[in-house]
Design a protein around this ligand. Structure first.
Ligand code: PMP
Ligand code: GLN
Length: 383
C-alpha cells in the first residue's frame, strides 16, 4: 500500500458492522435504514432493468436524472443549475467527494474540514496528496459548533478548499445562516472553493432549515454542491449521487470521474429521477418518522445513563459516556457487543485530535422502533 494511504486500514463502519454480524449484536453503528424506500421508486428501478436500461449511460448521467436534480434545486432552494453542463451524476456522494478533491487540489494543498469529519474526507484528501486541516466542532450548550477565529486561523496560503458537511455527520449539527455566512465570507476573502456535502439535506428536525452554502451571496460560483439519494430515499445501497456546480468546476470533476468509474449505474438513475419527481411527500414522512425515532433513542440513552447531545439533523445521536464512568469511546464500543449486545461508533476516529472526541460515542436511530427499544433496554446494563 502506498505511503499516503497507510493508516487508513479498514473503515470503522466495516469494522463495526462486521462485529455486529459476528456477535449478533444490534447494529446502531453504520448509518443505514432497516426499511425500504418508496415502493413506486423501487418498482421504477425494476422496470428500468426489465425495459433495457442496462448499458453504459452517458458519462454525466442520464438526462432524466440531471433534469430532475436541476428542477429539485430550483424548487427547493431557488438555485438554477443547467442539466446540460452544471450537473454530474456520481457513484454516491463518496465518489463525488473524492473526484472533487482529486480534481481541485494539487499535492501539498490544504483542505479545511470540521472535525469530527466523515471518514472518506481524510482518505480522499490523502489520495490527492493534499493535507486535511481540521477545525474542531465543540458542544456549546449541547450543540456542536465552531469558533470563527479558529476557522480563520486555519487558513494559510496553501488552503485551496473547505469541505462543509451540513446537516453534519456525526454531530447532527445543522449549520445556521450565521455560521454559513462566516464560512462564505472567508471563502470569498481568501479565494477558497467550497465543497459541500449535503447528503442529509432533507433529514432535519424541530423545524431546522437546511441552507445550502451555494445560496449565500457570492457562493454559487465557488461551490461544488454534493448530494445523494441514499439518505433521502432510504436506498444507501444504490450509491447514486450528484454534484451541482458552475460548468468549469463540473468539467474538472468529470475529467477525474471518467477515469474512476467512467459513468454510474443506469437503472438507479432512472428510479432516483422518479423519486425526486414523485416521492417528496414520502421523504417528508420519513423526516417526521425519524424525528420520532431520534426522540425515542435520546430518551432511552438518557435513561441508560448517557449524556445525550440533541441532533437537529442526520441519522445520529452523539452521547458523552463520562457519566457512565467511561472515558475511552473506542474501548467502550469494542467491548459493547459483549457487554450489552449493541454496536455503536466511536466518534474519536473522526478526529485529527482524537483526545477531543474520545468521550463521544455515536448511535444511529434510522431503525425500527422495536430495534431501538431493544437496544436501549440492553444498554441499561452499563448504568
Ligand atoms: N457524506 C456523509 C456525511 C455521509 O454520512 C455519507 C454516508 N452515507 C456519505 C457522504 C456517502 O454517501 P453515499 O453513500 O451516497 O456515497
Ligand atoms: N454514512 C454512514 C455512516 O456514517 C455509512 C457510511 C459507510 O458505511 N461508509 O454511518
Amino acid at each position: 500500500l502506498v505511503a499516503r494511504m497507510r493508516g487508513f486500514g479498514t473503515t470503522i463502519f466495516a469494522e463495526m458492522s462486521a462485529l455486529a454480524v459476528q456477535t449478533g449484536a444490534i447494529n446502531l453503528g453504520q448509518g443505514f435504514p432497516d426499511t425500504d424506500g418508496p415502493a413506486s421508486m423501487l418498482a421504477r428501478a425494476a422496470e428500468a432493468i426489465a425495459s433495457g436500461a442496462n448499458q453504459y449511460p452517458p458519462g454525466p448521467g442520464v438526462p432524466e436524472l440531471r433534469q430532475a436534480v436541476s428542477d429539485h434545486r430550483r424548487d427547493h432552494y431557488g438555485l438554477a443549475y443547467d442539466p446540460g453542463g452544471e450537473i454530474l451524476v456520481t457513484v454516491g456522494a463518496t465518489e463525488a467527494i473524492a473526484a472533487s478533491v482529486l480534481a481541485l487540489c494539487e499535492p501539498g494543498d490544504e483542505v479545511i474540514a470540521f472535525e469530527p469529519y466523515y471518514d472518506s474526507y481524510a482518505a480522499s484528501i490523502a489520495l490527492a496528496g493534499a493535507r486535511l486541516v481540521a477545525v474542531t466542532l465543540r458542544p456549546v450548550e449541547g450543540r456542536f459548533t465552531f469558533d470563527p477565529a479558529e476557522l480563520r486561523a486555519a487558513i494559510t496560503p496553501r488552503t485551496r478548499a473547505i469541505l462543509v458537511n451540513s446537516p453534519h455527520n456525526p454531530t447532527g449539527t445543522v449549520f445556521t445562516r450565521d455560521e454559513l455566512t462566516e464560512i462564505a465570507g472567508l471563502c470569498q476573502e481568501f479565494g477558497l472553493t467550497a465543497i459541500t456535502d449535503e447528503v442529509y439535506e432533507h433529514l432535519t428536525f424541530d423545524g431546522a432549515e437546511h441552507i445550502p452554502l451555494a445560496t449565500l451571496p457570492g457562493m454559487r460560483e465557488r461551490t461544488v454542491m454534493i448530494s445523494s439519494a441514499g439518505k433521502t430515499f432510504s436506498v444507501t445501497g444504490w450509491k447514486t449521487g450528484w454534484i451541482c456546480a458552475p460548468a468549469p468546476l463540473v468539467r474538472a470533476v468529470q475529467t477525474v470521474k471518467q477515469f474512476l468509474t467512467f459513468t454510474s449505474s443506469a437503472p438507479w438513475q432512472l428510479a432516483v429521477a422518479h423519486g425526486l419527481r414523485h416521492e417528496l411527500d414520502w421523504v417528508a414522512g420519513l423526516r417526521a418518522e425519524l424525528e420520532g425515532k431520534r426522540d425515542r433513542l435520546m430518551e432511552g440513552l438518557r435513561a441508560a445513563g448517557f449524556e445525550v447531545l440533541k441532533p437537529l439533523g442526520t441519522y445520529f445521536v452523539q452521547t458523552d459516556i463520562r457519566p457512565l464512568g467511561h472515558t475511552d469511546g473506542l474501548k467502550l464500543t469494542r467491548d459493547l457487543p459483549a457487554l450489552a449486545g449493541v454496536v455503536a461508533i466511536p466518534t474519536q476516529v473522526f478526529y485529527d485530535h482524537p483526545e477531543r472526541g474520545s468521550h463521544f460515542v455515536r448511535f444511529a436511530f434510522c431503525k425500527k422502533d422495536e430495534v431501538i427499544d431493544e437496544a436501549v433496554a440492553r444498554l441499561k446494563v452499563l448504568g
